[in-house]
Structure formats: structure tokens, C-alpha cells
Design a protein around this ligand. Structure first.
Ligand code: HEM
Ligand SMILES: [Cu+2]
Length: 629
């Protein structure tokens, strides 16, 4: 019996399907494409930085272009590459791991993607207009104010990140509610896979950290566009206030990035050791503790701003404390491998390479947490080495592990293992070549963010090695892209459980999954839900419901249009002072207002038009299952 409205909903194909999709699996692929694109841009900027620094007093790029490159590299990599690539895997995997057919807010999830994309495009369009952000990714005041950055560069930073930040915030809220409300019967919190747990805590951090950035950017926007003085000491403002606001967001941000990577490592190490994750509960509590402590340490970025010995001591201790739950994770991964029958697939090589590399980054973090010593390390290449060891050596290696692991689930094709291992070795060796020497450059006194350095300082050889390493990482990335390209021409024949040792629910359904994920919602009877069934001799999950029609949300073009509206608004307000008048009104304000009107009108439409979604009928589901219920 066909359901009402089932046929009223238009189902698109081709480009329109991608512009209107609210399917978390497709949104995951969109995040992968956009995040991957921005990773390549950020990577190219890094290569240009390293070419400028491969020899003393080089003039490959101008001083100003160098400032633009480091600012855009850091900003693009953190906001437009790292986080969206994590959202790609969270969208592709988390609903499947909890046994859900969808996320809690499909429409909002789509909006999250498009606002991120248009915020990122607005930021990067600055390269085409010649007004490029150049005050560092931290945008410290008063450097980021109009006194020292008079052109529109930092306006692109402020408005681009503000729009992209909306995307992250609503994306995080969607995952929080999805994980709380959409779990299959029996999937209690303490049975959830670690990747889902880390996605959960990361979403909570996003909820508490991003508003600080939103407020800071709004204040900086008022300073830059409407002549306010929040951060201008000469007019009663406070420059250090910006640093507090930025790092109250900024430090939790690094845990927003690394926690899901920790989750990936837990999944991969356990699967390819064919052993239950050691110390599951302590892993969960360590994740929560890291998330909590992550909000208590922000001023370790400001030890040299004169906060005083008491404040420095407190933030120093709090920072060192984080090493404890992090250490628990490291040892639990080692004990999971201990006595396991380890398979060195590409995914596992990235996971195993992650562990010692991240430990090196963590240890230098503890060194930096010692406030008196930090007076030496601060703003040197030792700091650059440290955060690349944790962000690239941690997050990027984790992302590569996750992509090689879940690629067959996302696309139905296995990546080539030979090319995968070549990607690993070129990227891994390149990484350590690039950043290990930077520790010593920093200890020898090489400051960060310098365009040139003098000959005879002892910096030459190590900078050359660092640049060669960066080029090798570039080669590794190209090999990965080659693998993706070659694999895309292969037939879609990956089985449900391509690694044959799947432990969690995503490996119980086809690769890629049908639109509705599970034909029947599974009944979960323990941690490692699928492995438990396997141990009990079952080849599939016990269903928690009979086969029946499945309700799905309707596709919609509104999230896309709403984001276009914000993009136009950002552009208009930025040029409010430059574009002259029509009828006594600033053209920029008219354009800005028009953009906002588009967004608000879409919100109105979304609020007043009833959307009942549609049903996928039993016949279609049975057909997908090959007629067997
Ligand atoms: C993939 C290879 C990468 C290379 C070769 C690289 C290289 C560099 C270099 C040389 C600098 C220092 C510029 C300076 O102070 O003079 C830098 C800065 C930075 N990098 Fe990377 N990086 C890479 C990846 C990443 C990734 C994946 C992230 C984040 C997810 C990242 C985040 C940053 C940040 C935040 C800065 C500071 C920018 C600033 O000072 O304002 N980098 N990078
Ligand atoms: Cu920090």
C-alpha cells in the first residue's frame, strides 16, 4: 500500500541531486571533495612557504606574499581542510555505527556543509581580489585591525570564517542530537564504538568553543567595518582580550581536530589486531577528560604576554595534566596490539605510524607547557614543529588511516593497497624530514613567520632538509590522488565487510549502503556489536523490527540558496565603504542587505511549507535485498 506524499516528493538526479541532498552519506562525500580541495590549496601554500625558506635570504616570494601564504595556509588547513575532512568521515560513518537510518537534522546538516563551503570560498576568493589576509591565522590585534591591515584582507578572514563557522556549529549540534537520539535498540552509550564517542565529545567541544570565535570575529568585524574599538588600546580597547577570546576557542579547536583522529586509530588498531580494544571504558573516560581539560589551558599560548606567575603556573599544570588521559590512550592502543594477530593494511600502517609520531608531538607539548622554558620556545620554529607533529603527524595520519579504512564503505571500491603503502612511506618519511629538524631550528633561535633568514646562522642545511621533506609529502599526496583516480574506474564490488574482520555495524550492510542504510534496524547485544554476532556464529545482525516502509526526509535546495545569500551578504558588507552610493544608500549595504534577505526568505519558506518527507516502499527494500527477507 503506497504511502501518502510518497510520490509528491521530487527526487533529483545528477548535479541537482548533489545540490539538494540531505542524505548524510552524500553530504559526507561533499565534505570529502571540498575538504580535499582545500587541503590541496593549503598544501600548495605550505610548499611555497618551504620553497621561500629552503635557502637564506631567498626572494622567491615577497615579504607581503609570505605573510599572506602563512596566514592562508594555517587558516585554510585548520578551518577548511582538517575539520571538513573529519566531518566527511563523521557523516559517512557515525549514523551507520549507531545503527541509524539518518542523522537527527538532515536539512541542517546540509546547511552546515553549504555554509562551510561558501565561507571557505569567500575567504579564498581574496587571492583573486588581491586583498589577502596577512595577519597570521591567529589574527592578533592590533595587527589584524585597520591600522596595520588597512586593505580588505582581514575582512575576508573575519566574514569567511564567520560564515564557515555557522556550518561547523550547526554540524556539531546535529551530531550531538543524532548520537543521543538515533541509536538502534541496545546501542547504549557504553556500547558505542570509539569513533562515535570521539565524534560525540568533539561535537560537544564545538558547541562550547565556536561561540567564542563567533563573538570574537563579530567584535573584530565591528572594529574593522564599523570603526568600533574592542581591541584598540589607544581608544580604550584591549589587544590581549582578543588573544583570550581567540584561544578560548583555539585550544579546544585542536582537540576538536584530534579527538576524532584518536577514534579512528582505536577502530583501525582493534580491527587489524583482531582484538577487542584494550581498556574500552578508560578510553571513553580519557576522551571525556581530555575534552574537559581542553577548556582549562588556553593561556598556555599567552605565557609571554605578562599574565603573571600565578596564572602561568595554573595553566602550566592544567596543560601538563592532559598528558595523563592522552597517555592512557597511547598505552591502550599498544596493549590492543599486544598479542593480537596484526594485519599491516595501509590503514593500519597509518595508525601504527600515528602512535610514535603523536607521542613525539605530545612530549614537546609538555615541554612547551613549562612556562619558564616557553619564554625560550615561544614564537620559534620549535612551536611550528610541535603543532605540526600533533596536527599533521596526528590528525592527517589519522585521516589517511580513516580514509583507507572506510573508503570501500563510502564508495563500494577498495583503494589499491600497493599505492596505499607507497602513499604511507612517502608521506611518513616526508613528514619527519620536514618537521623533525624544525625542533632544532627553533632551539637555535629561528623565529617563526620570518620571510628570510641570514646566511651563517646555522639554519641553512636544516631548512633545505625541511623543504625536501615537504616536497616528499607533496609526492605522497599525489600518489594518494592517483590511487583515488585509478580506483574510481574499478567495478563497485566491495562486500559488506571487505576487511573480513569488521567489528561494528557499518560492516553489516552493503558497500556503499542503500539510501536508507539498514533494511531493518539492528538489535545490538553488546560492544563491538557485529563481532559479538560473529562470535555467536551469526553472519548478520538480529533485526529489531520487521521489514516495512521507511520514512526518508525530502531533498531541498534551500540550504544551498541560504548559503549563497550569506556569501553575497559578506561580500556586500565588506565593500560597504568602497562601492559608492545609489539613492543616498551605500551600494555595499544594499548588496549586503539583499544577501541577508535571500537567506531570511529561505528560512521563512522552510518554516511555513510543510515537508512530510517520503517513504521507501517494502517492495523496493526487498528488491534491494535480492527478494530474501
Ligand atoms: C602538509 C604539509 C604541511 C607543511 C609542509 C606545512 C608547513 C608549514 C610551515 C613551514 C609553517 C610555518 C610558517 C612560518 O611560521 O614561517 C606552517 C604554519 C602553519 N601550519 Fe602548516 N604545514 C603543513 C600542514 C599543515 C596542516 C595539515 C595544518 C592544520 C591542519 C597546518 C597548520 C598550520 C598553522 C596553523 C600554521 C601557522 C600559520 C601562522 O603562523 O599564522 N599545517 N606550516
Ligand atoms: Cu593550546
Amino acid at each position: 500500500m503506497a504511502h501518502a506524499n510518497a510520490h509528491a516528493v521530487k527526487r533529483y538526479t545528477g548535479l541537482m541531486d548533489w545540490l539538494t541532498t540531505v542524505d548524510h552519506k552524500k553530504i559526507g562525500i561533499l565534505y570529502l571533495i571540498a575538504g580535499g580541495f582545500f587541503f590541496l590549496i593549503g598544501g600548495l601554500e605550505a610548499i611555497l612557504i618551504r620553497i621561500q625558506l629552503w635557502m637564506p635570504q631567498n626572494d622567491f616570494v615577497s615579504a607581503n606574499t609570505f605573510n599572506e601564504l602563512i596566514t592562508m595556509h594555517g587558516t585554510t588547513m585548520i578551518f577548511l581542510a582538517a575539520m571538513p575532512l573529519l566531518f566527511a568521515l563523521m557523516n559517512a560513518v557515525v549514523p551507520l555505527q549507531i545503527g541509524a537510518r539518518d542523522v537527527a537534522f538532515p536539512f541542517v546538516n546540509a546547511l552546515g556543509f553549504w555554509t562551510f563551503l561558501f565561507g571557505g570560498l569567500l575567504l579564498n576568493i581574496s587571492w583573486l581580489t588581491g586583498h589577502v589576509p596577512d595577519a597570521g591565522w591567529t589574527a592578533y590585534a592590533p595587527l589584524a585591525g585597520t591600522t596595520y591591515s588597512g586593505h580588505h584582507g582581514m575582512d575576508y578572514y573575519v566574514l569567511g570564517l564567520q560564515i564557515a563557522g555557522i556550518g561547523t556549529l550547526v554540524g556539531g549540534i546535529n551530531f550531538l542530537v543524532t548520537i543521543i537520539n538515533m541509536r538502534a535498540p541496545g546501542m547504549t552509550f557504553m556500547r558505542m564504538p570509539l569513533f562515535t564517542w570521539t565524534a560525540f565529545i568533539t561535537s560537544a567541544l564545538i558547541l562550547f568553543a565556536f561561540p567564542a570565535l563567533t563573538v570574537g570575529l563579530a567584535a573584530l568585524m565591528f572594529d574593522r567595518i564599523f570603526d568600533a574599538n574592542f581591541f584598540d588600546p589607544s581608544a580604550g580597547g584591549n589587544a590581549v582580550l582578543w588573544e583570550h577570546i581567540f584561544w578560548i576557542f583555539g585550544h579546544p579547536e585542536v582537540y576538536i581536530l584530534i579527538l576524532p583522529a584518536f577514534g579512528i586509530i582505536s577502530e583501525v588498531v582493534s580491527t587489524f589486531s583482531r582484538k577487542r580494544l584494550f581498556g574500552y571504558s578508560s578510553m571513553v573516560f580519557a576522551t571525556i577528560l581530555i575534552g574537559f581539560l581542553g577548556f582549562m589551558v588556553w593561556a598556555h599560548h599567552m605565557f609571554t604576554t605578562g599574565l603573571g606567575p600565578v596564572a602561568n603556573a595554573l595553566f602550566s599544570i592544567a596543560t601538563m595534566l592532559i598528558a595523563v588521559p592522552t597517555g592512557i590512550k597511547i598505552f591502550n592502543w599498544l596493549f590492543t596490539m599486544w598479542g593480537g594477530s596484526i594485519k599491516f593494511t595501509t590503514a593500519n600502517m597509518f595508525a601504527v605510524g600515528f602512535i610514535p609520531t603523536f607521542v613525539m608531538g605530545g612530549v614537546t607539548g609538555v615541554m612547551l607547557a613549562a612556562a619558564p622554558a616557553d619564554f625560550q620556545y615561544h614564537d620559534t620554529y620549535f612551536v611550528v614543529a610541535h603543532f605540526h607533529y600533533v596536527i599533521v603527524g596526528g590528525l592527517v595520519l589519522g585521516l589517511f588511516a580513516g580514509l583507507h579504512f572506510w573508503w570501500p564503505k563510502m564508495f563500494g571500491r577498495m583503494l589499491n593497497e600497493g599505492l596505499g603503502k607507497l602513499t604511507f612511506w612517502t608521506f611518513f618519511i616526508g613528514f619527519h624530514l620536514t618537521f623533525f629538524v624544525q625542533h632544532f631550528l627553533g632551539l637555535m633561535g629561528m623565529p617563526r613567520r620570518i620571510w628570510q633568514y641570514l646566511d651563517g646562522m646555522g639554519f641553512n642545511e636544516m631548512n633545505l632538509i625541511s623543504t625536501i621533506g615537504a616536497l616528499l609529502m607533496g609526492v605522497g599526496t599525489i600518489v594518494f590522488l592517483l590511487n583515488v583516480l585509478i580506483t574510481s574506474f574499478k567495478p563497485k564490488n566491495a562486500p559488506n565487510d571487505p576487511w573480513e574482520d569488521g567489528r561494528t555495524l557499518e560492516w553489516t550492510i552493503p558497500s556503499p549502503p542503500p539510501e536508507y542504510n539498514f533494511a531493518q534496524t539492528p538489535l545490538v547485544r553488546g560492544y563491538d556489536a557485529y563481532w559479538k554476532e560473529k562470535e555467536d556464529g551469526h553472519s548478520s545482525m538480529t533485526p529489531a523490527e520487521p521489514i516495512g516502509p521507511i520514512h526518508m526526509p525530502s531533498p531541498s535546495i534551500l540550504p544551498f540558496i541560504m548559503s549563497v545569500g550569506l556569501f553575497i551578504a559578506g561580500f556586500g558588507f565588506m565593500y560597504a565603504k568602497d562601492w559608492g552610493y545609489v539613492g543616498g544608500i551605500k551600494i555595499g549595504l544594499i548588496v549586503g542587505g539583499a544577501g541577508l534577505a535571500i537567506t531570511l526568505f529561505c528560512m521563512l519558506l522552510r518554516s511555513v511549507i510543510d515537508d512530510h518527507g517520503f517513504h521507501i516502499e517494502e517492495e523496493e527494500i526487498l528488491k534491494d535485498m535480492g527478494g530474501k527477507a
